[in-house]
Design a protein around this ligand. Structure first.
Ligand code: NAD
Ligand code: TDX
Length: 340
């Protein structure tokens, strides 16, 4: 039996990854570490909480003593680090906590991984470390060789972590892998991010705040496809390597918002153009040929199916997101969108 520590498992992608792993590898023990920040939600993990091969530990990945003790106890074979501050707009408001969790937290986990000899440390990174691409060069894509060139405090903190991961590999021989994925969507996505925010606002007949002209392009991937890619990298990926993950599914923000309106039968007059995000990246686009060629990975869910499944999930799980938007989220929303 292998023991896998999954950090940030009460968040969007981490929870979907736990569900995937428990189904795909029922013989593994999964230990989830999560600080339960505003973005972490224990109710998300309800379906696995009582399973024998699952353990939840509320802990900050920057808590050196706590992390060390847990690694001594669990002796993990694999560590997968999803824990992060993940929202670009919040990083523009308050960069400090991004440096703390995303950089210092990563170092803390890697120190424990070295000390207790984990067989694999996997860092969940992002395509945002490559910066952005111009709209008028649709022939350009991010490859693993694209230089790191960040725009926001969020992406700079993720890039800092990636550099540290590669340094631990070269200096200490830590067996690492890094994945850099494009924008995910799917169930349990926190409603401050574009797709779930637009679904929630549509359902409440509230204005749909589109930044700038809505022409920025993102490369959307269904969350399950991301989780499957990480599983493959853990088992068959080469140590010391970076793998880009994305499905050639580029869309303009405005087209996504209009599609959500159509699917929910709401008028486009809800769309409100608001002040642009500072330093807003224009276009992300992943070249996934390395992970396809080496590991045979391909996305399985087409966007038109994935977005319908996602909308259906938000319709069927209203209490999950309504609980979130009824609390502290109101203050956040007023701060972010009040004078925009
Ligand atoms: P999320 O914000 O939904 O979840 C983050 C989780 O980490 C939360 O449960 C939170 O409580 C936990 N956390 C935060 N700080 C912590 C700390 N100090 N100690 C322990 N736990 C802490 O994020 P997400 O969208 O699921 O993203 C997960 C990872 O994937 C992140 O590393 C992010 O950079 C990366 N990523 C996300 C996307 C995307 O589209 N969402 C795309 C590419 C990469
Ligand atoms: O209200 C909004 N209006 C709007 O026009 C919000 C929240 C976003 N947007 C735009 C900004 C972006 O161009 O939509 C696009 C997507 O925004 P986000 O959902 O905030 O995602 P993004 O900034 O692209 O970053 C995401 O993908 C990469 C994740 O949040 C990161 O964690 C991941 O690394």
């Amino acid at each position: 039996m292998k023991t896998v520590i999954v950090t940030g498992g009460a968040g969007f992608i981490g929870s979907n990854f736990i569900f995937h792993m428990m189904k795909a590898h029922p013989d593994y023990r999964i230990v989830c570490i999560d600080k339960l920040t505003y973005a972490g939600n224990l109710s998300t993990l309800r379906s696995v909480m009582d399973q024998e091969n699952f353990r939840f530990v509320r802990m900050d990945i920057c808590d050196r003593e706590g992390v060390d003790k847990l690694f001594a106890e669990e002796k993990p074979d694999i560590v997968v680090n999803f824990a992060a501050e993940s929202h670009v707009d919040r990083s523009i408001e308050n960069p400090g906590v991004f440096l703390q969790t995303n950089v210092i937290g990563t170092a803390t986990l890697m120190d424990a991984s070295r000390k207790y000899g984990v067989a694999r440390y996997h860092q969940v990174s992002t395509d945002e470390v490559y910066g952005d691409l111009p709209l008028d060069r649709p022939d350009l894509f991010f490859t693993e060789e694209t230089p790191i060139h960040t725009s926001s405090p969020y992406s700079a903190s993720k890039a800092g972590a990636d550099l540290l991961v590669m340094a631990y590999h070269r200096t200490y021989g830590l067996p690492v892998t890094i994945s850099r994925c494009s924008n995910n969507y799917g169930p349990y996505h926190f409603p401050e991010k574009l797709i779930p925010l637009m679904i929630a606002n549509c359902l409440n007949d509230k204005p749909l705040p589109v930044y700038g002209k809505g022409l920025n392009v993102r490369d959307w991937l269904y969350v399950e496809d991301h989780c499957k890619a990480i599983d493959l990298i853990l088992h068959r990926g080469r140590v010391g390597e970076v793998y880009n993950i994305g499905g050639h599914n580029e869309m303009r923000n405005i087209d996504i918002v209009k599609l959500i309106c159509r699917e929910l039968g709401k008028p486009e007059s809800l769309i409100t153009y608001v002040a642009d995000r500072k330093g807003h990246d224009m276009r992300y686009a992943i070249d996934p040929s390395k992970i396809h060629g080496e590991l045979g990975w391909l996305p399985e869910t087409k966007f038109e199916d994935g977005i319908r499944k996602t909308i259906q999930w938000y319709l069927e799980n209203r209490s999950w997101w309504e609980e979130i938007i009824s609390g502290e989220y109101q203050n956040y929303y007023a701060r972010m969108y009040g004078n925009r």
